[in-house]
Design a protein around this ligand. Structure first.
Ligand code: ADP
Ligand code: ZN
Length: 214
């Protein structure tokens, strides 16, 4: 599969991407995970991105395009990819289109995960993420708790609340999404590429995507 996953923070892009990778060996490419890894490792990229991320703003397009220009050339992309968190602005979408044309790749579609705002808010405040950068499993204290509170089922590392999951940063991230990313729905609809999915359970979302691209 070669898909873009669009949706507000908390819409379930990461969870759905992980489920889809298990189906056909496509690789999940999460710009958020890449950036958080860079912040944790204290690289130049991480130092530059950190302030934007913690406030809930987007990092500059140029940084992201450098990352993605290289990432899409890696070998594991040959079996398909699920773009989770990219593109997030119209200029990023234009640049992605050019990259894919150069690589001779066509997308199966851009999936819009359309989730009601109250569900999103509830999910974001109750989300926990495994602190181990190799694992990054996602939990939810209400709907999908780890077996032992605060400990990852898969690797035993502590599960944490992300720095951008304070109420203030969440509000800002949703605003950023509405202003800069939501217009991509119309953008891909105009290209005839949009797959709109209303379901809220991740199982139903995965089914809807599979039947849409069959
Ligand atoms: P979510 O979708 O839950 O908000 P992500 O993990 O996708 O979170 O991204 C976390 C943060 O990383 C974003 O708030 C933003 O600062 C930055 N980021 C991730 N992807 C991009 C992108 N494509 N363009 C600009 N900033 C990005
Ligand atoms: Zn873990």
């Amino acid at each position: 599969m070669r898909l873009i996953l669009l949706g507000a923070p908390g819409a379930g892009k990461g969870t759905v991407a992980k489920m889809l990778t298990a189906i056909d060996g496509s690789v999940q490419i999460s710009t958020g995970d890449i950036l958080r890894g860079a912040v944790r490792d204290g690289t130049d990229l991480g130092k530059e991105a950190k302030g934007y991320m913690n406030s809930g703003a987007l990092v500059p397009d140029e940084l992201i395009l450098n990352i993605m220009g290289e990432r899409l050339l890696e070998d594991d992309c040959k079996s398909g990819f699920l773009l989770d968190g990219f593109p997030r602005t119209i200029p990023q979408a234009d640049a992605l289109g050019e990259m894919l044309t150069k690589l001779g790749i066509t997308l199966d579609g851009a999936v819009n995960l359309d989730v009601p705002r109250d569900v999103i808010l509830d999910r974001l405040t109750t989300r926990r993420t495994c602190s181990n950068s190799e694992c990054q499993a996602i939990y939810n204290v209400k709907s999908m708790p780890s077996k032992v509170d605060g400990v990852c089922d898969k690797c035993g590392s502590p599960t944490i609340q992300r720095d951008d999951e304070t109420e203030e940063a969440i509000t800002k991230r949703l605003e950023t999404f509405n202003e800069q990313t939501a217009p991509l729905v119309g953008y891909y609809e105009g290209k005839g590429n949009l797959i709109n999915v209303n379901a809220t359970s991740s199982d139903a979302v995965v089914e809807a995507i599979q039947s849409a691209i069959k």
